[in-house]
Structures are given as C-alpha cells and as structure tokens.
Ligand binder design. Structure first.
Ligand code: ADP
Ligand code: ASP
Ligand code: MG
Length: 449
C-alpha cells in the first residue's frame, strides 16, 4: 500500500483536481489518498471563525457566500452528469447549513475547529464524486473514524492503527481510499486538527499505521529545494535527503513539509517521496535512510522567534540551575528551540509566546531577564559533524556583515542553526545561497563536497 497526499494548490481548481485524478488513477498500487482543502479555503474558514469570535455576523455571512459561490463554480465546471451535480449540490448545502447554524451559537474554540474542518470534508467529497464520474472505483473514509490525538495533542498511534485497520477491512475489494488530511478527533470525541499544514502529518501518520511501502507528498514544486524559493531566486531541487535532515528542515521552516510530518515515517523507516503535481515526471526528492552524505544539504528559516536571556551570578559553579529554568518552560507547556549557555547567563528561544508573561515573571526569581522578539532561526542541514572540516568557516565567512544573536552547533551531526533579526533573514538566505552552493546547470550542489 502507498499513501499519496495532495496539498491545497493541487486540489485548488477544476483543472488541478483533474490532474490529481490522473495521477491517482495512473498508479496501480493499493493506496490511500489524503487531500487538503482547496487552496485558500482554510484561510477563508479561519477568517469566518475570527469574525464569529468578534460577533461580526454580517461579514462572516459575506465570507460564507463567497465560499459557496466558489464551490458552486467548481461543481458546475467539474461534473458532467446531472446526478453528480445534484449530489455535489446537496453536499454544499449541508456544509452551508452547518456554517449557518454556527452563526447563532456562542463562539468557542470547539466551534473554530468545526469550521476549519469543512475545507477537507468538502474537497474529499468532491474528489470522490469526480473519480466516480470518471468510472474509477474508490471509497471515501472519514478521518474522524480513526485519526485521534491524545491529551498532549499528539497522534495516538495505537488507536489510529487499530481503527484504520478496522475501517479498511470493511472494504476488501477496494484499491483506492480517499480521506481528509488535517482533521482528527480529540480525547473528548470532538473535531480537532493537526495544525496548519497538517495534511502532510496525516499522510505520514497513516503511512506509519498501515506500514505503507512509500508516502508520496504531492505539491506545487518539484521536491525539497536547497533553500527557501519564496525568498531566494536561484534555488534547486535536491534528489535525496536523510530523515534527520528533512526533520530539521521541516521543523525549522521548510514549508514544503509540516514541522512534525517526518517523525512517523522515520520511526517506521518508510521512504517519503516529494513530487510535483504539475510536473509529475520531475524526479522530486526522496527522503530515506540511505541518502548520500553531503556537507551542506539545504537551508531553511523559521520566523517569529523570541529569545530570552537569563543572567545570574548564582549560576557560577552552581548545579541544578538549568533544571530550574527548564521547569519553568515545562510548567508553561512551552517548547524551547535553541539554547546557549555561558558561565553567568543562558539564552534560549521559543516560538510560542502565549505564556511569555508568566514565563518571564517566574524566571525573574533566578536573575535579570532580557527578551528580544522578531527574530528568525536559520537552519543549515547536512553532514555537519564536528570532525567535518571547513563547514563552519564557510558558513560564517558568508555572514561577515550580519549580526548574529545566538549560534547552536554540535547538538546533532546534521544541523547548525543561528539566530538573526528577522529583518536580516532574506539577506542571510541569499548570502548563504551564493556562498555555499554552485548553481550551474547540471552541477547544482554544495561547494564543500
Ligand atoms: P501544499 O499546499 O501542497 O501543502 P505548501 O505551500 O504547504 O504546499 O508547500 C509548498 C511550498 O513550500 C512551495 O510552494 C514553496 O514555496 C515552499 N517552500 C519553502 N521552503 C521550501 C523548500 N526548501 N523546498 C521546497 N519548497 C519550499
Ligand atoms: N488545509 C489545512 C491548511 O491549510 C491543512 C493543509 O493544507 O495541510 O493548513
Ligand atoms: Mg503544506
């Protein structure tokens, strides 16, 4: 069995939905197809939810009508048979009725999650109706019947495996299953989600649950690039990357993959192939255990980082200081990304600032606190082991004129990261691209090989 996930742009228009259907039909293996919402839809749903939270019913209704119109146009263009148009119309009415019914209910995060789920529910239903119309047999399975997160909002692997297996066993002759990315149930049996961009994570979790032979992530670019193509012009697609490198890149901002999406695939050693829906013949990027070794593979950047410096002479020669500092973050359920220490100070970074005031208040008991915001972590992934010569010199040589706030090196063999002002991010990504890669046709690679 293989898992194929198609992102928002891939299912974002009638023309693209047809391309996805052609890719799905051309692979003859048993498969589970995971779909995102059509591009822009989750943003619109989020907007509707925000409007409702501000009791702005009039604007929320306007957004809902615009969404309904967009879907109606898709239905009219996508389907040929009257019967399918009618079925799709019913689906649309159900979705619209549900959203309308929420207008009069008191707003809560539960309501927000119900609203956000509608994008994937509609896209999967429309896609299955299209496959049916083209004569392709398939079964739509609801993510709500097997995708579960636990009390820590982590996927519950055992539950998912048991329930997905049960669902699939009901359809022994079906070779193509379709399901929603992103959405799941939580411990209270309510609709929840795996956070923005979470359909990649769904695909990887499903792949791990069914022991897939491969997980394919189909998107709008031919695989992982050596640098962020949104900010750097001359980037190139890389043929292969290790699970560890891909996990670092995804976590530190390579938007092509949801931050946690590599973990389930890596745990089960299932290769992940990144492919382009709009150029299916392009090789893409294979993420696997046997990737060749390169000193510098790729660069990514993560924004909205806040650095906290705790300075205390009580740290001098003392033990147990870091433990107390970490406990503050643990108690406030805030993950730390980077950390550096000196004898009298420790600096660390967080991206979730929802508990920042409380954290600062508690840390003030240990020493003086400085907080810097609007920072970005730049992550360089590759074989950056301590015994590899020349890599750090080459990196910092590119950044002679850029102030660097923190450096993290040696934590793992495949990541060097540093912290800069977000206003310097684009310059940094471009300087590193120029300095660390030769970018000529057929010779796109790190200069350090
Ligand atoms: P989807 O909707 O298919 O999930 P995303 O927009 O989430 O697609 O991810 C694909 C986008 O990720 C690309 O269009 C590209 O702009 C962006 N991206 C950022 N960093 C990278 C990278 N290193 N390699 C490839 N794409 C990247
Ligand atoms: N539709 C969701 C989002 O836009 C999930 C995804 O596309 O992966 O974030
Ligand atoms: Mg995505």
């Amino acid at each position: 069995m293989i898992v194929l996930k198609f992102g928002g742009t891939s299912v974002g228009s009638v023309e693209n939905i047809k391309k996805v259907a052609a890719i799905v039909s051309s692979s003859k293996e048993d498969k589970i197809v995971v779909l995102s919402a059509m591009s822009g839809v989750t943003n619109t749903l989020q907007k509707i939810s925000n409007l409702l939270s501000n009791s702005d019913i009039i604007e929320a209704k306007k957004e809902m009508s615009a969404l309904n119109l967009k879907y109606s146009e898709v239905i009219n263009d996508l389907f040929k048979k009257d019967e399918t148009v009618l079925k799709a119309g019913d689906l649309l009415r159900l979705c619209d009725d549900l959203l309308t019914s929420l207008l009069t209910i008191e707003y809560s995060t539960k309501i927000e999650k119900i609203i956000l789920a509608q994008g994937e529910i509609v896209s999967t239903n429309l896609f299955q109706l299209y496959l049916k119309e083209t004569g392709e047999s398939s079964e739509l399975i609801s993510a709500m019947d097997f995708m579960m997160i636990d009390k820590n909002n982590e996927p519950d692997g055992d539950y998912i495996q048991e329930n997905l297996t049960k669902v699939l066993s009901n359809f022994t002759s079906i070779k193509t299953f379709i399901t929603q990315g992103f959405i799941c149930k939580n411990r209270n049996n309510e609709i929840d989600n795996l956070k923005r961009g979470g359909s990649d994570y769904t695909a990887s979790i499903i792949g791990a649950a069914v022991g897939a032979s491969q997980i394919q992530i189909w998107t709008d670019i031919s695989g992982m690039h050596n640098n962020d193509p949104r900010f750097v012009d001359r980037t190139f697609s890389i043929n292969e990357v290790s699970f560890d490198e891909a996990a670092e890149l995804a976590y530190f901002g390579a938007k092509i993959l949801h931050p946690q999406s590599i973990i389930p695939a890596k745990e089960k050693n299932i290769p992940v192939l990144l492919k382009n829906t709009f150029d299916p013949d392009a090789k893409g990027t294979l993420i696997h255990n046997d990737a060749s070794i390169e000193k510098i593979r790729a660069i990514a950047a993560k924004d909205n980082i806040t650095a906290i410096k705790i300075k205390s002479y009580r740290m001098l020669m003392a033990y147990g200081f870091l433990k107390k500092v970490f406990e503050v973050f643990e108690d406030n359920q805030t993950a730390i990304d980077m950390i550096t220490t000196s004898e009298i100070a420790v600096s660390l970074t967080i991206d979730d600032t929802s508990q920042l005031d409380k954290i600062i208040q508690e840390l003030e008991g240990f020493g003086s606190i400085e907080v810097d915001s609007d920072l970005s972590i730049i992550c360089i992934a590759g074989n950056i082991a301590q015994n590899t010569k020349g890599v750090t010199a080459a990196i910092f040589n590119c950044l002679k004129d850029i102030p660097i706030r923190m450096i993290s090196y040696g934590g793992s063999n495949y990541n060097l990261s540093f912290l800069v002002k977000s206003s310097d991010k684009i310059a940094v990504l471009n300087l590193l691209n120029e300095g660390l890669f030769t970018i000529k046709s057929k010779k796109n690679k790190s200069v350090l090989i």
